[in-house]
Design a protein around this ligand. Structure first.
Ligand code: PLP
Length: 390
C-alpha cells in the first residue's frame, strides 16, 4: 500500500462526506436542483467583497505579490475587531493570519499537540475535525452533546479527559445544530480543564472554533471561552460571514489572558510554524483586503427571514427541529427516523439535504440556509409532504 497509515485513517474518517459529495455532484449542478447541502453561495458574491479585493488588485510596489507572512495591517485590523467584539485586550502579535479556519486549526495542532495526543471533539460536530486530526497522527475522542438540546455536556467532556488529552475543540455557534453556548458553559468547562490539567500534570488547551461568530439571530450575544480560560486559541474564517469560502482567509488568535511567558513563546512560534506546515498564510490579496472586509457581512435580515420561513413551516408540518441561534444551518430529526432514506427520497425529487450520517447522527438531517428564498419556497411543498408521509 502506497498510503501512510495516517492517510488511510484520515481518508476512512471522512469517507461518508466525500462519497456523499461525489454522489450529489452531477445532480446538484443541474440548474433546477434545489441544493441545500454545503454552505455554499447561491447568489453572486457580496459587492463589499469584490470591491475590497478590486481595491488591492493593482500592484503598488514591486513586492506587492512577493512572499507575504503575517501582514501588519491585517493583524492590526483583526486585533481591533476582536477587542471590540470580545472585550479582551488582543494585540496584533496575538494574531496569525491563515487560510481560513482550516488553516488556523492546522496551525493550532502543529503548535500545541504531539503525535498520539488525544483531542476531544463534539458529536454531532463538523466532519473535518477527525480527518484533520488523523492526518497529523492525533487521536480524535468524540464526546456527545446533550441529546435533546445539543448544549455542551461539560460533565461528559470531564469524563473523556485522560493523561493523553492535549486539546479540546469547541464550536459556537455550532455546526450543525446552530446552538450558541453561554458564558456559564465556558466557566464550567474552564474549571474542569484547569482541574484536569493540574491532576494530570499537563496543560489541556482549548481550541475555540468560531467561524460563525458573527452569524447570530435575534440579537443573541456571543461569549468566547477565550475570556474564561487563558489557554484558549480562537480560530476564525471570513469564508462564512462573506459567504465566499473559496477565497481563503482567517486567523488564529491567542487569548489575551494567557500569561506573558507562554504568550511570548507562542507569538514567536507563529511564523516559523506557518512555514513548517507548508506556507500557512493567506494570499497577499486577501490579507490586504482584511481592513475593508472586517465590516462586510451577508444580509442577516434576509438570513433571518429564511430561517424563520423554513423553521416555521417545517415545525408546523410536524418536524422536530433545533431553532438555530446562529450559523446558517437548520438541524432536524428525519421524519421516519432514517436520515439517509429521507434525504434520498427528497433527492429523487430534486431536493438535496445533508443526511445526519455525515455527523454520526443517522436519524437527523441538515439544511443549509445559504439557499435563496426562491429555492426555499420551491422546496417547501416537497419537504412538508415528506414530513406528512413518514
Ligand atoms: N469549522 C467549522 C465548524 C466549519 O463548519 C467550517 C466550514 O464548514 C470550518 C471550520 C472551516 O471553515 P473554512 O473553510 O472557512 O476554513
Amino acid at each position: 500500500m502506497a498510503m501512510s497509515t495516517r492517510a488511510v485513517e484520515a481518508k476512512a474518517s471522512v469517507d461518508t462526506v466525500t462519497s456523499f459529495f461525489a454522489s450529489i455532484q452531477d445532480a446538484a449542478s443541474d440548474p433546477d436542483a434545489l441544493d441545500f447541502t454545503f454552505g455554499n453561495p447561491h447568489e453572486l458574491a457580496l459587492p463589499g467583497l469584490t470591491n475590497a479585493m478590486r481595491a488591492q488588485l493593482e500592484p503598488r510596489s514591486v513586492d506587492w505579490f512577493a512572499y507575504k507572512t503575517n501582514e501588519r495591517p491585517a493583524q492590526e485590523a483583526v486585533a481591533q475587531g476582536l477587542r471590540a467584539e470580545l472585550g479582551l485586550d488582543f494585540e496584533p502579535d496575538d494574531i496569525a493570519m491563515t487560510q481560513g479556519a482550516f488553516g488556523a486549526i492546522s496551525l493550532a495542532l502543529a503548535l500545541l499537540a504531539d503525535a498520539g495526543d488525544e483531542v476531544v471533539i463534539p458529536v454531532p460536530g463538523w466532519f473535518c475535525y477527525a480527518p484533520m486530526l488523523h492526518a497529523v497522527n492525533l487521536v480524535p475522542v468524540g464526546v456527545a452533546l446533550d441529546p435533546v438540546d445539543f448544549s455542551l455536556d461539560v460533565d461528559a467532556i470531564a469524563r473523556a479527559l485522560t493523561p493523553r488529552t492535549r486539546l479540546v475543540i469547541v464550536n459556537s455557534p455550532a455546526n450543525p445544530t446552530g446552538r450558541v453556548y453561554p458564558k456559564e458553559t465556558w466557566d464550567s468547562l474552564a474549571h474542569v480543564l484547569d482541574e484536569a490539567s493540574a491532576r494530570f500534570g499537563r496543560r489541556i488547551w482549548l481550541v475555540s472554533d468560531e467561524p460563525y461568530r458573527r452569524i447570530r439571530f435575534d440579537g443573541i450575544g456571543f461569549t468566547s471561552p477565550a475570556g474564561s480560560y487563558p489557554w484558549t486559541v480562537i480560530d476564525y474564517s471570513y469564508g462564512k460571514v462573506l459567504l465566499a469560502p473559496g477565497q481563503r482567509l482567517g486567523y488564529l488568535a491567542l487569548s489575551p489572558l494567557l500569561r506573558t511567558g507562554e504568550r511570548e513563546e507562542l507569538r514567536a512560534a507563529f511564523m516559523p510554524l506557518q512555514l513548517a506546515i507548508g506556507w500557512g498564510f493567506p494570499d497577499a490579496l486577501m490579507q490586504y483586503s482584511v481592513p475593508a472586509l472586517e465590516s462586510v457581512s451577508i444580509d442577516m435580515a434576509e438570513l433571518t427571514r429564511k430561517r424563520d420561513r423554513l423553521y416555521g413551516a417545517l415545525r408546523d408540518a410536524g418536524y422536530t427541529l433545533t431553532r438555530p441561534e446562529g450559523t446558517f444551518y437548520l438541524w432536524g430529526q428525519a421524519p421516519g427516523g432514517d436520515g439517509a432514506a429521507y434525504c434520498e427520497a427528497l433527492a429523487a425529487r430534486g431536493v438535496y439535504l445533508m443526511p445526519g450520517t455525515l455527523f454520526d447522527q443517522p436519524a437527523h438531517f441538515r439544511i443549509s440556509l445559504t439557499a435563496t428564498m426562491d429555492m426555499i419556497e420551491r422546496a417547501l411543498p416537497m419537504l412538508v409532504e415528506a414530513g406528512a408521509s413518514a
